[in-house]
Design a protein around this ligand. Structure first.
Ligand code: FCB
Length: 457
């Protein structure tokens, strides 16, 4: 076991810095057809032969739909300040248009009120990938009408819950939905077409901007933003070919989203690369995409080292590789945060996801997951280093509260700080959860101490 580095006495987090845990609807809720819920593209994708590693689906998942109150107690028991979760669009508005489903809305209202009663701030995400299946039948994110359906959905949720949630995120990781969903086809909806992927990315961005404008027009009190997955992309060698490849991958992953959001333009080098696969963009779209945000969420897991010869080569910088095959590279988190604030006029930043999958063993009611604790502690240190260097950070959230349905990997990969026994649905706090709980307690004590000193008490 490696020794933990996180020395909270030297980590200076601002007093309003929020510590949290994150989940998403499809990955934990189950109850796939309960109380009027419609099908999502992930319900359908799970039925495709070979799409999910263990041939599983989200029908039951962590059964959170029935166990939410107990799960909220678990969250409150950890002492987190924030819980990031997502709403299943087909649960609240089956089919994505037409009548709303009151039972679905009541479910999320229960969660929001239950969090507030427990002193935990709700951070709501509208789209964590589970698009209503009927909208996919009409063309999904590659079809412009979906933009307008999403804006209606955002307005409906903001009207119902916008007065009580701390924040509303439009989309989680548009790159994943566009690229893995439409170019490689490894995620729902399983399309393999670059033009569709780029059109989907444009519609995701456009719907984000228009939804922000519409929610603000109805005086939504919650802070509004988007969550992007970012990583430093480094060339494997100094060769011109490797550097060009890294530059292009950075363009497709980071600048393709950050440039329109903050500069109202797509990066010219990526447009050149795309040629006829570039998305159709209408007059005014880019200005809408660049609508001011209140925060930007960053999901960080690893870096990418790329070479012109082979793609996504995994390096090991000495911290190891997770069960997903992702290199552990905490420094990259400091680097990307600094880079985003340097290159763009960003609002306050949150790390909205960070964590690792490891092979956990439950023995005598305990999971000794020191690798996960080490992963989290080192990345928290990386955040504190970014703050020390001047990045305006507002929070950090661990992915994930619970072991859950890890998309195409099914239930084989465990990201939770809480172990889930899928046979019994029993939850067990892993050692990493106990560590995180104690870490947050110490942080709280430090903040109180500083406030007392500051007030001269
Ligand atoms: C992110 C997703 C999240 C989870 C983690 C491991 O890309 O947002 O749902 O699957 O990866």
């Amino acid at each position: 076991m490696t020794t933990l580095k996180s020395a909270d006495s030297v980590n200076m987090f601002p007093p309003d810095f929020v510590w949290g845990v994150a989940t998403s609807s499809f990955q934990i809720e189950g109850a796939a057809v309960k109380d009027g819920k419609g099908a999502s593209i992930w319900d359908e994708f799970c039925r495709v032969h070979g799409a999910i590693a263990d041939a599983s689906n989200g029908d039951i998942a962590c059964d959170h739909y029935h166990r939410w109150a107990e799960d909220l107690d678990l969250i409150a028991g950890l002492g987190v300040g924030a819980y990031r979760f997502s709403v299943s669009w087909p649960r609240v508005r089956p089919g994505g248009a037409g009548a709303w489903n009151e039972k679905g809305l009541a479910f999320y209202e229960g969660i929001v009120d239950g969090l507030l009663e427990r002193g935990v701030k709700p951070y709501l995400t509208l789209n964590h990938w589970d698009l209503p299946a009927e909208l996919q039948a009409d063309g999904g994110w590659a079809h412009r009408d979906t933009v307008h359906r999403f804006v209606e959905y955002a307005c409906g949720m903001a009207a119902r819950l916008g007065d009580r949630v701390a924040s509303i995120t439009t989309h989680n990781e548009p790159w994943v939905m566009a690229m893995l969903g439409h170019e490689t086809g490894t995620f729902a909806p399983g399309i393999k077409n670059r033009k569709s992927a780029m059109q989907a990315s444009h519609h995701l961005l456009l719907s984000h901007g228009l939804a922000l404008q519409a929610m603000r027009a109805q005086a939504c009190a919650a802070r509004l933003g988007v969550v992007l997955n970012v990583a430093p992309i480094q060339p494997a060698t100094e060769s011109a070919a490797d550097q060009a490849k890294a530059q292009l991958e950075d363009g497709r992953l980071v600048r393709w989203y950050m440039d329109p959001l903050f500069k109202a333009a797509y990066p010219p080098d990526v447009l050149d690369f795309l040629g006829a696969d570039a998305p159709d963009v209408q007059a005014g779209d880019l200005q809408a995409i660049a609508t001011r945000m209140d925060f930007l969420g960053i999901n960080y897991y690893s870096r990418s080292v790329v070479s012109a010869a082979e793609e996504w080569d995994v390096h090991d910088s000495g911290y190891g590789i997770t069960d997903m095959g992702w290199e552990i590279y905490p420094r990259g988190l400091t680097d990307v945060l600094l880079r985003l604030q340097r290159d763009y006029a960003v609002p306050p930043l949150y790390v909205t996801e960070n964590g690792g999958a490891f092979k956990d063993a439950l023995a005598d009611g305990r999971v000794n997951d020191s690798e996960r604790t080490d992963y989290i502690a080192r990345h928290i240190d990386a955040v504190s280093e970014a703050i020390r260097q001047g990045v305006r950070m507002k929070g950090y959230m661990v992915w994930s509260l619970l072991d859950n349905f890890e998309w195409a990997s099914g239930y084989e990969k465990r990201f939770g700080i809480v172990h889930v026994d899928y046979e019994t649905q029993r939850r067990t706090l892993k050692d990493s959860a106990l560590w995180y709980r104690d870490f947050m307690r110490r942080q709280k004590a430090l903040t109180t101490q500083r406030e007392l000193l500051g007030s001269g008490a």
